[in-house]
Design a protein around this ligand. Sequence first.
Ligand SMILES: NC(=O)c1ccc[n+]([C@@H]2O[C@H](COP(=O)([O-])OP(=O)(O)OC[C@H]3O[C@@H](n4cnc5c(N)ncnc54)[C@H](OP(=O)(O)O)[C@@H]3O)[C@@H](O)[C@H]2O)c1
Length: 276
Amino acid sequence: MKLGFLGFGEVAQTLSEGLMDHELEVLTCTAGRSNKSVELAKSAGVGLCSTYSELAKSCDMLLSTVIPAEAVNVAKNVAKNVKGIYVDLNNVSPATINEASTHIADGNTVDAAIMGSIKNGLKTPIIASGPRAEIFAELNNYGMNIEVIGSKLGQASGLKMLRSAYTKGVSALLFESFYAAFQMGMDEILWRYLSQTEGSNFKDSSVSRIKSSTVHSHRRAQEMEEVSKFLSKYEDPLVTQATSEFFHLLHDKIGQISEKPDDYRDVFRKLANDRF
Ligand SMILES: NC(=O)c1ccc[n+]([C@@H]2O[C@H](COP(=O)([O-])OP(=O)(O)OC[C@H]3O[C@@H](n4cnc5c(N)ncnc54)[C@H](OP(=O)(O)O)[C@@H]3O)[C@@H](O)[C@H]2O)c1
């Protein structure tokens, strides 16, 4: 089997290195890409096609790992040359998956969502849905960790959105509660009491969520807008809407921070100083 990556960033690099270790042939095309992507593809040692149409024609399975904003364009560009299945692994909504799939023939699109950071390598959990999702899951024979959760497009990307609604909503609530507790000088006591009901790992995982909220506030605000749109099909998403507003406000207040703070209280201190 030949596998092709559209886009060669962190996801493609991680997956291709693992899959090649399992003797799978992996190809990509870096025409028009940045030096960073060209170097990543070279150092991973994948086969290089000179055009995207050659890549699409050569592969039994194409994995789209570009950026969310390019998911539909990339599908449109390769559409007429796709000969196998087309797996969209981008972090996009069910509506975008459906739009991308209209360009791919014969219901050959697979909706796939990476459930966590790809830094965990080939074993990173991935969920998939669509009529041909089982074909994508054959990559489990090469060390991947794919679970087929349904036969319809939109199920995998939708589930990922629900997971985001929960995790980002909790992060916003943690930030809000502990920022007030910090100003009262009572955050340690709050950690102690919440750990009694939430479990012994509660403080570590929550501190990590508070810290990462400071680095990714802008991206999360935008992501929650998308999630909120998606949820509107089923309900009035009040909490998710508030989560989006929370992250927009946080970004306005602290700006773009490139690295996680060593201590979450540094961010609280800065916010409190700027306020008074
Ligand atoms: N990284 C993670 O842990 C993770 C987890 C969950 C989901 N995802 C999703 O997986 C996808 C890939 O993530 P990543 O971390 O690998 O991103 P990345 O490191 O930013 O790489 C994106 C790649 O796509 C290329 N690209 C952009 N526009 C393109 C186009 N029109 N045609 C062809 N290639 C194009 C980029 O090329 P240039 O270098 O030229 O820009 C780059 O090679 C994203 O949609 C992301 O949301 C990632």
